[in-house]
Design a protein around this ligand. Structure first.
Ligand SMILES: Cc1cc2nc3c(=O)[nH]c(=O)nc-3n(C[C@H](O)[C@H](O)[C@H](O)COP(=O)(O)OP(=O)(O)OC[C@H]3O[C@@H](n4cnc5c(N)ncnc54)[C@H](O)[C@@H]3O)c2cc1C
Length: 542
């Protein structure tokens, strides 16, 4: 037995003892055919019959594979394309319901969320938060020297966290345990309405039902020099922190990255065509966040008419040309970040060839998460409804149940809390006052500043407020919005309250712990009840 074969056997035994190994499935005719197609550049050894160990010289990684032959003609009950939050959830649910499931992704499990979106961005937000806390330690009598960001170490931490989150999910193992299969063989593309082909191996997969969960991709505007800008996922490939950055787009991602780059010491200019930042948030949240950004040294430019072009200067800077108030303006920065939205990633899958209908760049679905082709369903960012993980998860459950059991389960637009890890956090759920007015609802609203909250004073985190919006007759919560320390967590509790139909009376009479951020909710409810006194507001009391 050679050195590598011995190693192969020990990898096999270790992996087998944990009952977790990679399963590489292929319609190969011979093992040699399989090896030449999949393991170019690798030393490959059979540890046991039916198993193989691969040593990749380029990455120095050793992996154990179980070799399985899939009869080429036999199809799947359900094929799920895309293994992000929606695809993974859809595949697991379909498998739970007894379907023979195939899950395809061109990269790996986790999708945008775990690999390049929520998880890595949140790690950067934690880093930013630590920097802010260390800088304010003096307020509490702790002497520290000015903290220094070690960007390459931060990026390593990002990858550690991503790996830990991926390992925890075990989506792949659970699909395999259900008798299903997982394929990482490049992009899937329709070659007919029930057959997908995988780009790397040209393998064709047949299915009775298909669930498309291919997510989206960052929008790049059609302007000269767009290639000189970066999109959020490319932040993680930067060799060093830019000293100055222009962020175009102040939606949820733009303001989150703005906070991070500001804390990392970059001079940030935040631009938007809207008159306010985070235009979809409560108006007061937008105003407080803008004030806070400006106090932290961010230059905020709203109401711009157009971004015209990006140029590279002789010394490698980016020159950004835009229009505002009819004037041509120019700024020079080290980097330009494009946060301009997230259209569906449909170009690789070949929707047009099989007649799948799209609308404004997204896949069109009905309330059963079903496309115009009745055997094809979709969930997550690909149809552009919620664009958040919690929405994707629910849509995936609906799509999977309808694919397996027949299209009968409706997707209802339930409460969807949203927000971001800015400084301070901001969040909201339910209606804004603007939306309640547009719907001509009879509502009452009030807010309390964090400056009035003992806990915020104790923590030295007095920026922000909480606002409640309630039905004037019944006292039921219609919306809640907050900006301030722990705002995102606070709004989750209010989302549960809203789902349960809780009234101001119940909130006012619940004994909430002191000193906490959540206790502000009880105080606010009591004030609203007092403001809306009888006779018209009996309904506010429980
Ligand atoms: C920077 C950033 C931060 C974010 N932060 C948050 C947050 O804090 N909270 C939150 O709720 N949401 C956040 N989001 C949004 C969240 O990431 C998405 O809503 C979520 O990932 C959508 O899940 P999905 O399954 O629809 O698509 P995705 O997660 O995008 O997964 C799609 C998968 O499909 C695969 N795929 C695509 N085309 C093909 C093909 N043809 N063949 C095979 N595979 C294919 C891709 O490789 C990918 O793995 C953030 C997004 C970004 C960009």
């Amino acid at each position: 037995m050679g050195l590598f074969d011995g190693l192969a056997l020990s990898v096999f035994k270790k992996a087998q003892s944990r009952i977790s190994f990679y399963q590489m499935t292929a319609p190969f005719r011979t093992q040699k055919d399989f090896l030449s197609r999949f393991f170019e550049g690798c030393y490959f050894s059979s540890a046991e019959p039916g198993f193989a160990v691969k040593f990749d010289y380029r990455t120095n990684q050793i992996r154990l594979f179980q070799l399985i032959t899939i009869p080429e003609k036999k199809g799947f009950d359900v094929l799920v394309v895309g293994a992000g939050p929606s695809g993974a959830r859809a595949a697991l649910r379909a498998a739970e319901l007894g379907a023979r499931v195939g899950l395809i992704d061109r990269v790996r499990i986790g999708g945008t969320c775990t690999n390049t979106g929520c998880v890595p961005t949140r790690v950067l937000a934690v880093t930013a938060r630590l920097l802010r806390d260390i800088r304010s330690a003096g307020l509490y009598g702790i002497e520290v020297s000015d903290p220094k960001l070690l960007w390459s170490r931060t990026l390593a931490r990002v990858q550690e966290v991503v790996q830990e989150v991926l390992a925890k999910k075990q989506t792949e193992e659970r699909i395999l345990a259900s008798g299903g299969h997982v394929f990482f063989e490049g992009s899937a593309r329709f070659i007919s309405q029930k057959v997908l082909q995988l780009a790397d191996t040209k393998r064709e997969l047949h299915a009775e039902k298909i669930i498309l969960c291919v997510g989206g991709k960052a929008r790049r505007p059609n302007i000269d020099g767009v290639e000189l800008g970066i999109v959020p996922e490319e932040l993680f490939s930067l060799q060093q922190m830019p000293k100055s950055i222009a962020i175009i787009g102040s939606g949820y991602t733009g303001v989150q990255v703005c906070t991070i780059m500001n804390a990392f010491g970059s001079q940030v200019t935040l631009l938007d065509v809207a008159p306010v930042i985070v235009p979809s948030a409560d108006e007061m949240v937008s105003t407080v966040l803008r004030d806070r950004f400006e106090a932290l040294g961010v230059v905020v430019v709203t109401d711009i008419e157009a971004v015209e072009r990006i140029e590279m200067t002789e010394n490698g800077m980016r020159r950004l040309h835009f229009r505002k108030a009819g004037e041509h303006r120019v700024i020079e920065v080290e980097a330009v970040l494009l946060c301009l939205g997230w259209p569906a990633a449909l170009e690789d899958i070949g929707t047009e060839a099989i007649g799948l209908e799209t609308e404004r760049g997204f896949l069109k679905v009905n309330r059963f998460m079903q496309t115009n082709l009745e055997h094809i369903f979709a969930a997550g960012d690909v149809h552009g409804r919620d664009m958040l993980v919690q929405g994707a998860h629910f849509e995936a459950m609906v799509a999977a149940e309808n694919a397996v059991l027949g299209a009968s389960l409706e997707h209802r637009s339930e409460l969807l809390p949203s927000g971001g890890f800015t400084d301070p956090d901001h969040a909201g759920v339910g209606l804004t006052e603007r939306a309640a007015s547009l719907e001509k609802l009879d509502f009452t609203s009030a807010s309390i500043s964090y400056a009035n909250l003992d806990r915020a004073i104790i923590d030295g985190r007095k920026h922000g407020f909480v606002k409640l919006i309630a039905d004037r007759q019944t006292g039921r919560l219609l919306g809640a919005h907050a900006i301030g320390e722990n705002a995102l967590e606070l709004i989750q509790g209010l989302a549960i309250s809203m789902s349960a139909g809780v009234t101001l009376g119940i909130l006012a009479s619940t004994r909430l712990s002191y000193p906490t951020y959540s206790s502000i909710v009880g105080e606010l409810a009591r004030r609203m009840l007092a403001q809306n006194s009888a006779p018209t507001n009996e309904g506010l009391l429980r």
